[in-house]
Design a binder for this molecule. Structure first.
Ligand code: CMC
Length: 429
């Protein structure tokens, strides 16, 4: 095994084992650093910290490569539907025809939610953000479907929980939309595929016939696949961290939903559309927007641009950009927000500030325009991201669950508070 040496003031203080992963990535094993030397590492934002070993997703941000379980995202989007990819992430291999059929049946069998949960939906105000409802409803599933006796048949019990969550979260997402729009709930139906079922629960109406548009069903499948995993990002790390305390899958995923909500993460898809609308409505030119995004005194950022790990075009954004055109062409529509987005992208990619910092469009830059074309309201975009990310969160939770090296997550800190002092009694202060 290779070793790396640490010198302080030219004195060798430590020798690290060097690990090489399956794609030739190199890491220094620092697990015993504190025990052996009293030192810790300092890495705010965890940009250089490998927190676990994982076999779920491979990502090369310099080359723009994303693979789930060894399959390129471009291949999966072309040849699979979302349920197959969910199966791949959760179970480690693509399903054969029999497994695929059985999985669909299982998902259908577990698609309803407990009738008492309807009262929760009714209690929310109409201005509630759907992500708050989604997160609360998912953690509430643990009350209605408590984890069963893991001593009995832990694998079967966990499978049941996973299937329930995959199926019911889709129902919860659609019910959330209907509640916030004052509409009666539409139950899931056996006659639809996973994504068509979702669109039907969202948009079918008692007064007009509704059939999910096949182009939209295909687009939703692709979008959910694009979102399905992204290795150790903020929300997935939250899921693994919560899971590491042995909290339930529902609790961990609910935390993941909260982590995803922020505009620097999954909330960016909503923020992109709000930014494009602001540019349009306030008559801001694309040049001005690009200038504002570079000004450190201006809070304006180019939402949907930049990424912690991609230093080239996000491979997901390439696919989403193409999909955007396909969906709009099918509807025979143009969208002025898409025109602004394309203009922004072209200007930014030529601009020194963006070039120097490797800032390219990320997945969220174009997805909002697609959701918008399908009639999905802006505040639901991050819910769509969450639906897509769910199998990834589950896969990481299960991976932690089965990993013999996993411990409860508990980072250290670099303390910058006061040095010890004595309390002065109240009467003397
Ligand atoms: N517009 C303008 N400047 C930017 C942007 C942007 N969107 N993103 C980064 N920068 C600048 C940043 O100000 C910094 O400049 P300097 O070196 O002069 O201080 C430099 O680029 C590096 O940025 P950073 O904030 O240190 O990078 P990070 O890795 O900590 O943050 C990010 C990554 C995604 C949070 C950030 O790029 C950002 O806030 N982007 C906009 C929000 C967004 O689109 N988020 C969705 C990410 S993709 C979905 C997901 O997987 O979560």
């Amino acid at each position: 095994m290779k070793k790396a040496k640490l010198f302080i003031d030219e004195k060798e203080v430590y020798e690290f084992p060097v690990q090489v992963d399956n794609m030739k990535g190199i890491s220094l094993d620092i697990r015993n650093l504190r025990k052996d030397t009293g030192m810790i590492t300092y890495d705010p934002g965890f940009g250089n910290t490998g927190s676990c070993q994982s076999a779920v997703t491979f990502l090369d941000g310099e080359k723009g490569i994303l693979q789930y379980r060894g399959y390129a995202i471009e291949d999966l989007v072309e040849k699979c539907d979302f349920v197959e990819v969910a199966f791949l992430l959760v179970h480690g291999s693509l399903p054969n025809k029999k497994e695929r059929y059985k999985y669909q049946e299982l998902l259908n069998n577990h698609s309803m939610i407990h009738a008492d949960m309807m009262d929760f939906f009714r209690g929310y105000p109409d201005h509630a953000h759907p992500m708050s409802i989604l997160s609360a409803m998912v953690v509430s599933l643990s009350a209605f479907y408590p984890e069963i006796d893991l001593d009995e048949d832990p694998e079967a019990q966990m499978d049941l929980t996973v299937t329930r969550l995959l199926s019911k979260m889709r129902t919860i997402a659609a019910f959330t939309y209907r509640k916030l729009n004052g509409m009666d709930f539409v139950n899931p139906s056996y006659k639809y595929s996973y994504c068509a079922n979702f669109l039907n629960m969202m948009f079918s109406s008692p007064v007009r016939d509704y059939t999910p548009n096949p182009v939209h069903v295909k687009a939703i499948n692709k979008l959910l696949i694009l979102h399905a995993d992204h290795e150790q990002n903020c929300s997935t790390t939250a899921v693994r961290l919560i899971g590491s305390s042995e909290a339930s899958l529902y609790a961990a995923v609910s935390a993941g939903i909260c982590a995803l909500w922020g505009p620097k993460h999954g909330g960016a898809n909503q923020a992109v559309i709000e930014m494009l609308e602001k540019i349009r409505d306030d008559g801001i030119t694309v040049d001005e927007a690009i200038r504002k995004a570079q000004d450190k005194d201006d809070p304006f950022k180019l939402m949907g641009f930049g990424h912690r790990v991609y230093k080239t075009y996000d491979p997901r954004a390439k696919i989403a950009r193409k999909l955007c055109r396909e969906v709009l062409d099918d509807l025979g529509k143009s969208d002025e927000l898409l025109d602004i987005a394309i203009d922004l992208e072209q200007q930014a990619l030529k601009n020194e500030y963006f070039i120097e910092r490797n800032l390219y469009p990320n997945i969220d830059f174009y997805t909002g325009i697609i959701f918008r074309a399908m009639g999905i309201p802006t505040n639901m975009y991050t819910v769509m991201f969450a639906l897509g990310r769910l199998p990834g969160w589950i896969a990481h939770y299960l991976e932690w669950h089965h990993d013999p090296y996993e411990k409860i997550g508990r980072p250290r800190q670099h303390y910058i508070g006061p040095t010890p002092k004595q309390v002065v009694p109240l009467e003397e202060r």
